[in-house]
Design a binder for this molecule. Structure first.
Ligand SMILES: [Zn+2]
Length: 189
């Protein structure tokens, strides 16, 4: 949403672009305004999936206040719950192809014993922000800023999914929980 706002060159987009090019943080207020502006467009009238928002309690409260004022139903929250140790193990064993940008997990069967990209044969690399200290610092920020949001969503609209399962099992678990809430929306969801 931020990127499309920048691309459109709107007033909000120009403000975001200036912050980003100075390496600055985009404030809750600006992010809130952009998300709400999008949600008011007809494309989103049937609902949408927000990934990475809300990220703070302030953002979550703003979103709920907007939904209430617009006469829309409360948001459903899908919480992919993964312990820190598992996240750390997954990210530190992650390699990417500098050429075709595919991401591989060293423990995945597809990679086998080589460290070559199965798509294009390039030598795989580790991303610089997949280092343990960087990951731990990102996790701390997540638990401090985003963790408290979960206290706001304790009712039937909160869906905790065991994120340690395989991607297929996670997908089916989400489908099972959200399916009944999404009646009337076009498949596949
Ligand atoms: Zn490749």
């Amino acid at each position: 949403m931020l990127r499309s706002e920048v691309a459109e060159g709107s007033e909000l987009g120009r403000a975001v672009s200036e912050l980003l090019s100075n390496g600055q943080f985009v404030s809750d207020e600006l992010v809130n305004r952009i998300v709400v502006r999008k949600l008011q467009q007809p494309d989103y009238a049937g609902g949408c999936l927000l990934d990475g928002y809300p990220r703070t309690v302030q953002q979550a409260e703003y979103l709920e206040a907007f939904l209430a004022s617009a006469g829309k139903p409360h948001a459903h929250v899908v919480h992919l719950d993964v312990p820190n140790e598992v996240i750390l193990a997954r990210l530190t064993s992650r390699l990417h192809c500098p050429n075709c940008k595919q991401i591989f997990n060293m423990s995945a069967e597809t990679l086998g014993w080589t460290s070559e990209c199965s798509e294009c044969g390039s030598i795989l690399e580790r991303r610089s922000d997949d280092r343990e200290d960087v990951i731990l610092s990102r996790l701390r920020t997540y638990h401090e800023l985003t963790g408290p949001i979960l206290a706001l969503y304790t009712g039937e609209n909160y869906h905790r999914i065991d994120g340690t399962l395989s991607p297929d099992d996670v997908f089916h678990a989400i489908q099972q929980r959200l399916g009944p809430c999404l009646n009337g929306l076009p498949a596949p969801y």
